[in-house]
Write a protein that binds this ligand. Structure first.
Ligand code: EPZ
Length: 419
């Protein structure tokens, strides 16, 4: 199993180009099932989760081609299988995103229940309830969702809790349904907006996306598209925190600062000097120790849960006491046990973590438990005294493209070791 070896203490500086967003690419790849015409996609990140989604699509009959510039071409003209099997779905929960497109275009789908993961039970009841409201016959047996529909019809669907992929699945299903669908209490994440822009590029009729109520008018069929995926705001936020904890100065290019406003505000509160342009963000800590900042995770435009672990690491060596509240997932503090091993002073009380900043973390062998926890541990290791070994880094490769290469480009000292 591969590990990362990180020698802490290097101050990060320099420039990085942000990659395409995993959480925009995954629903858009699933959305390619909605059309029989060619879909060409740019800025697809090279990540394990993307490879898993492409394997799933190919298993259904989608033809997948990468050109010399790593642009992707998808051809879903001849789909002959409508099943997302457990062995693929268990490695990537986002496979549930093929359910809506398969039902909407083909009237049938058999998708393995994703099961839980390290951060929580991750149910998909909202997805199922929404599709049933659109006329789908859905039963769950032997760990699979078995779904069929003569023709989905529009419906008014209100989510009791904001769900990103729930909103995306229903939005995709509604593009080819008969009539109008209104999604209430919809997710407003930039990745939801990017999916809607892609679908409208295919000829869908989606309006009001980015608000908490989205309207979709069904059409008979969709065309092809040339589309460039949104840049990854969570990758960008992760590198900004890495620069902040090492008191460095970096500039990120190809990122829209409006998509991580809540994160930027917290970094400014922590003492960072932040400058932004249309497609870039710069951070300068001026060599200063960060100040503690309270965090409460919320649906967008609130503070993103995918940045919570990173800020726990930052707060571990900040000046003061921080209260971090995780309101989205029930078990998203697993990185804290590992930060304790590095000397962090953190008390967990249910969904609240109280973090008392200490002078310096100490390197220790630690274990990644999930994607963003891994990012938090890397950030902690960058500032720790000594050499940290992070095990099970397959978690990190799911969501960060060439992370040690990018961080070393900024002056970090990271090596990947097998064994
Ligand atoms: C998406 O997960 C992201 N994944 C997650 O990113 C992200 O943390 C999450 O949204 C929240 O922003 C992708 O986009 C592929 P939810 P998703 O449905 O859609 C409950 C990462 O690190 N819920 O918005 O699965 C759920 O348990 C990953 O890149 C139900 O109860 O999350 C949670 O408490 C981690 N029933 C809350 O809603 C449902 O049917 C929000 O979950 C669906 C969700």
């Amino acid at each position: 199993m591969e590990k990362l070896k990180i020698i802490g203490g290097e101050r990060l500086s320099g420039e990085l180009v942000v990659s395409g967003a995993k959480n925009a690419a995954l629903p858009i790849l699933a959305g390619s099932l909605l059309t029989s015409k060619i879909v060409s996609l740019k800025n697809i990140p090279q990540l394990n989760d993307i490879a898993t989604m492409l394997t799933l699509l190919q298993s259904m009959g989608v033809k997948v081609l990468f050109d010399e510039k790593m642009n992707l071409q998808l051809d879903a003209a001849s789909i002959d299988t409508f099943c997302a099997p457990y062995d693929l779905v268990k490695t990537m929960r986002a496979s549930i995103l093929v359910l809506g497109p398969l039902l909407s275009r083909f009237g049938q789908a058999k998708v393995s229940l994703p099961g839980g993961c390290a951060i929580g039970a991750r149910p998909v009841n909202f997805h199922v309830q929404g599709l049933k409201a659109m006329g789908a016959n859905i039963s769950v047996a032997d760990g699979y969702i078995n779904a069929s529909a003569d023709k989905l019809h529009g419906a008014i669907i209100e989510f009791s809790k904001v769900s990103v992929t729930g909103t995306q699945n229903i939005m995709m299903a509604a593009t080819l349904a008969d009539g109008k669908t209104v999604i209430k209490n919809a997710a407003r994440e930039p990745e939801v907006i990017d999916l809607a822009n892609f679908l409208n590029n295919l000829g869908a009729k989606i309006t009001d996306v980015g608000n908490d109520q989205i309207t979709i008018i069904g059409v008979d069929s969709l065309q092809g598209s040339n589309y460039e995926i949104l840049s990854d705001r969570i990758e960008a936020g992760t590198y900004l925190v890495a620069a902040a904890i090492t008191r460095g100065k970096i500039k990120l290019k190809k990122i829209n600062p409006n998509n991580l406003e809540a994160v930027i505000l917290k970094l400014v509160e922590a003492g960072a000097i932040i400058e932004v342009g249309d497609d870039w963000i710069s951070l300068d800590m001026q060599g200063k120790k960060p100040k503690s900042v309270d965090i409460k995770t919320l649906p967008h435009p609130g503070f993103p849960t995918d940045m919570q672990a990173q800020f726990c690491a930052l707060n571990s060596v900040a000046s003061g006491l921080a209260v971090v509240e995780e309101t989205i997932f029930e078990n998203r503090f697993q990185h804290i046990n590992e930060l304790h091993r590095m000397g962090a002073s953190i008390e967990i009380d249910g969904k609240i973590a109280k973090i008392k900043g200490i002078k310096q973390l100490t390197a220790a062998p630690v274990m990644a438990t999930d994607l963003r926890a891994s990012a938090g541990l890397i950030i902690a290791a960058l500032a720790a005294k000594g050499e940290t070994i992070i095990d099970r880094i397959y978690h990190i490769d799911r969501g960060y493209e060439r992370i040690e290469e990018k961080l070393n480009q900024l002056g970090a000292s990271i090596t990947r070791e097998s064994g």
